[in-house]
Design a protein around this ligand. Structure first.
Ligand SMILES: Nc1ncnc2c1ncn2[C@@H]1O[C@H](COP(=O)(O)OP(=O)(O)O)[C@@H](O)[C@H]1O
Ligand SMILES: [Mg+2]
Length: 224
């Protein structure tokens, strides 16, 4: 039993508002960890599996209209339950380091905070549908919300010009400033509630500066 537990991998999640640099930083950390010989699995939510990517399209496409907040939350968890079963748990059991771009904290921040569904239903669904799986470490990227949201808008415009006609990932981007402030508040409340798991990382500098901070946190917290 003890031996099996010591061989389990590590689960690291990246959180923060759109455009704070989660995807950029996850790629960089993955490269650094692989360079030092670790087996790394990079994945994302919503998505991460074939079914999850279909759900992602429904959730993020701006053509999805009038999605009820509870339906939105349920779809996030449907994607996540599949992701845990198909990707995350097997990879952790095999001893890999799993890096995940967004996880349940995003649901608590966006649907709980942003959509005002509250934290308790999110945490309850996480317990029921996700076996209460907790990351070993969560990197919460913190930047000026106006700057990061406008970065994300620019990136999304570039991506939808390059991508398939009519498909985009900008549904959340149409939300109001007040929505993003609630999301941010919820993230801060999570960090305060779970300081052992969630580390706030200053993401206002260059990608390289943020990367160095993250490497330091990972080294200290997980000894890798
Ligand atoms: N530190 C940074 N400074 C300036 N631009 C950045 C920085 N980090 C990322 N970007 C750019 O901002 C956009 C959003 O970054 P991204 O990693 O996609 O954020 P997220 O995954 O959190 O939405 C991308 O175009 C990316 O190249
Ligand atoms: Mg991203």
């Amino acid at each position: 039993m003890m031996r099996q537990m010591s061989r389990r991998g590590k689960f690291i999640t990246f959180e923060g508002l759109d455009g704070t640099g989660k995807s950029t930083q996850m790629r960089r950390l993955a490269a650094a960890l692989r360079k030092s010989g670790h087996e790394v699995v990079e994945t994302r939510e919503p998505g991460g599996t074939a079914t999850g990517e279909k759900i992602r399209k429904v959730l993020l496409d701006s053509e999805t209209s009038a999605l009820a907040p509870l339906a939105e939350m349920a779809l996030m968890f449907a994607s996540r339950a599949q992701h845990i079963a198909e990707v995350i748990e097997p990879a952790l059991a095999a001893g890999s380091i799993v890096l995940c771009d967004r996880f349940t904290d995003s649901t608590e921040a966006y649907q709980g905070g942003g959509r005002k569904l509250g934290s308790p239903p999110v945490r309850e669904l996480h317990r029921v549908l996700c076996g209460d799986l907790q990351p070993d470490l969560t990197i919460l990227l913190e930047a000026n919300p106006h700057v990061s949201v406008s970065r994300a808008r620019k990136r999304n415009r570039r991506a939808s010009r390059a991508g398939a006609r009519g498909h985009d990932e900008s549904r959340f981007e149409q939300e109001t400033r007040a929505f993003f402030m609630r999301v941010r508040e919820s993230y801060m409340a999570i960090a305060k509630r779970e300081p052992g798991r969630v580390v706030i990382v200053d993401a206002r500098g260059t990608p390289g500066q943020t990367h160095e901070r993250i490497v330091e946190v990972v080294r200290k917290k997980l000894r890798i």
